[in-house]
Design a protein around this ligand. Sequence first.
Ligand code: GDP
Ligand code: MG
Length: 137
Amino acid sequence: MESTLSIIKPDAVAKNVIGKIVDRFESNGLRIAAMKKVQLSQADAEAFYAVHASRPFFGDLVKFMISGPVVVMVLEGENAVLKNRDLMGATNPREAAKGTIRADFADSIDANAVHGSDSLENAKIEIDFFFARREIN
Ligand code: GDP
Ligand code: MG
């Protein structure tokens, strides 16, 4: 059993497709162990994406992530980290495989509908960033 962090980004929340995205997870063997809707502050977004701080797109990424509320979730299941990444599809929706969340709901490389932890190690860090132990069930 693994746990991973998923974020439904502001573009997908604005499109009112939270339920459709959650259904992708539940239909593919992942369980929602925690979930909440959050308006990130600039400091929150900068801290969460600190690994990308030196990238040219960092400013745009932070601006986008605070442009509206997001839904953060802990997904639980067998191979949850990799399974979530597979369900998400490639970072650039134009390169995302057919039937993936990004292929179906994302508009561009920055407004790309979802975030998912990229390793078990980062999943633990990202889950701790958003959730207290009592919120994960
Ligand atoms: P992910 O793990 O697939 O989300 O991709 P990365 O960890 O490489 O990048 C984090 C996020 O930064 C992506 O999901 C995009 O929202 C954004 N991003 C990545 N590359 C670019 C880029 O070239 N331009 C812009 N504007 N945003 C990008
Ligand atoms: Mg990443």
